[in-house]
Design a binder for this molecule. Structure first.
Ligand code: BG6
Length: 500
């Protein structure tokens, strides 16, 4: 495995701990080597030491065995080069052969681009030029981290440039949301059970809500984030992939293309939001300074690396439809934001009400049935339904039927990177984003990007850090008695804790 950007944060925090977890479970090939590549000259010893620290700090393994960590670190090497210099790629080719102790026929290479996006096509192109993308000797796969472009045009251009050196079947675009157990469980829940699928359509579903909330701000990534914003950073990729798995038709098999063909169809069926409709269907916001749990949190514009006049959104909520037979007329509401009251990602399927109200409720309306798929934290599934309150009369109370993954205590929940790197090694691209899906997602968000860029009248709402975003997001839901699900209260108002 050849990691470009080996001195960066991702390698240290995620990739190496994930590889160590695979090593621990004996899931790596016997002759496995990692070649970390960076611009700076770092000795192999120093590189190994830093990675060992990364494992100690970020590994999710329950018991860390020092001896085993050292053994694992012996498979790590380092090579420094100038990514723009073709001559250095020829040297890399030789370094790889030496590492493998092979002459003509070498083993399999997995290239991982953990680099700023402007380097993706340069590195891929140069690998191609020196013959490192040719599959004559073994497999050559390329894992690319997001962002896959900045908008439709740059997304198309990136795919075109990657395809000049690598075939689509060799490219693995990582979307770490697809590596999350509960996201994958959407497939199992829907297609391994007989009870859900008959209800999973416009006849029984009233609307679907997807929330991905983060309590953290932009942390040290202000510079990157300010050029991105919530729409590009979370919605265009992670959330639309979750929409794809929630709304897809049953695939004909578990073959990676069979599954990805179905999620692609969903993305292609998203009803376009025209530029004129953007202000009505999409709400954007930016957090402003506020007290959260008694502590003053800075506003987005005060964060390091952020332009003090920034118009970048840290919150986005939207309403849209999927124009197909299954979902025609069913509203989908999605929202994501930073500095919200808690960290939670969930899909909520709201079912239609019972056709006739038999049981009167004096104080409050009986809530419709909900199926909540909690992607994180406390991964699990919850069904809400009405039960009779014991005693006289027929008073109805909404109760929960709850399953938590943590109850399967004997099961190891792999981290997203662990699962995805393993899949790339065995050539399973099911959980990776295909070029056509990325392009379909860019196409859907393009009018929103254009409207925001060209129409200054479209409002950017401020919201106090620690709240659920601008209240205007509530206006997206026009029906009375229906609102977003709020798993916990605004921390900025009352300092209350969250109960999921
Ligand atoms: C990343 C975004 O892709 O996903 C981050 O760039 C975001 O801004 C992160 O914080 C969220 O991932 P998770 O797994 O913590 O929900």
């Amino acid at each position: 495995m050849v990691i470009f950007g080996a001195t960066g944060d991702l390698t240290y925090r995620k990739l190496i701990p994930a590889l160590y977890a695979l090593y621990n479970q004996q899931m790596l090939p016997e002759k496995f080597r990692v070649l970390g590549i960076g611009r700076s000259a770092v000795s192999v010893i120093d590189f190994r030491e830093k990675m060992i620290l990364g494992i100690r700090k970020f590994s999710e393994e329950k018991h860390l065995d020092d001896q085993q960590i050292i053994e694992f670190s012996n498979c790590l090497s380092y090579f420094h080069m100038d990514f723009n210099d073709l001559g250095d790629y020829l040297k890399l080719k030789i370094a790889l052969k030496e590492l493998e102790e092979c002459d003509d026929k070498c083993g399999n290479y997995l290239f991982y681009l953990s680099m700023p996006p402007d380097m993706f096509s340069i590195i891929a192109g140069n690998l191609g030029k020196v013959g490192l993308s040719s599959t004559d000797d073994g497999f050559r796969r390329l894992i690319v981290e997001k962002p896959f472009g900045y908008d439709l045009e740059s997304g198309l251009e990136l795919n075109r440039r990657l395809h000049e050196a690598f075939d689509e079947s060799q490219i693995y675009r990582i979307d770490h949301y697809l590596g999350k157990e509960t996201v994958q469980n959407l497939l199992v829940m829907r297609f391994a059970n007989g009870i859900f699928e008959p209800l999973w359509n416009r006849n029984y579903v009233h609307h679907i809500e997807i929330t991905s909330a983060e309590s953290i701000g932009v942390e040290s990534r202000g510079g990157y984030y300010d050029g991105s914003g919530a729409l590009r950073d979370m919605l265009q990729n992670h959330l639309l992939q979750v929409v794809g798995l929630t709304a897809m038709e049953p695939p004909s098999s578990m073959d990676s293309d069979a599954i990805r063909n179905e999620t692609l169809k969903v993305l292609q069926s998203l009803k376009p939001i025209t530029e004129d409709e953007v202000s009505k269907h999409v709400i954007r916001g930016q957090y402003v300074a506020s007290h959260v749990r008694g502590e003053l949190q800075p506003g987005y514009r005060e964060e390091k690396g952020v332009n003090p006049d920034s118009r970048t959104e840290t919150f986005v909520a939207m309403k849209f439809f999927i124009d197909n037979w299954r979902w025609g007329g069913v509203p989908f509401y999605i929202r994501t934001g930073k500095r919200l009251p808690t960290r939670v990602t969930e899909v909520v399927v709201h079912f239609r009400p019972a056709p006739h109200t038999l049981f009167q409720q004096d104080d409050f309306a009986i809530p419709n049935n909900q199926l909540i798929i909690r992607i994180q934290p406390d991964e699990g599934i919850l069904i809400k339904f009405g039960m009779k309150l014991p005693g006289a009369g027929f008073n109805v109370k909404s109760v929960n039927m709850d399953f938590h993954y943590s109850e399967l205590s004997e099961v190891h929940l792999p981290s997203a990177y662990e699962r995805l790197i393993y899949d790339a090694m065995v050539g399973d691209s099911t959980l990776y984003a295909r070029a056509d899906a990325v392009e379909a997602a860019w196409k859907f968000v393009a009018p929103i990007q254009n409207a925001w860029a060209t129409n200054p009248e479209i409002k950017m709402y401020g919201y106090p850090a620690g709240t659920w975003g601008p209240e205007n997001a509530d206006d997206l839901i026009e029906e009375k008695d229906i609102s977003w699900r709020y798993p916990c209260k605004n921390l900025a108002d009352d300092g209350n804790y969250c109960e999921l």
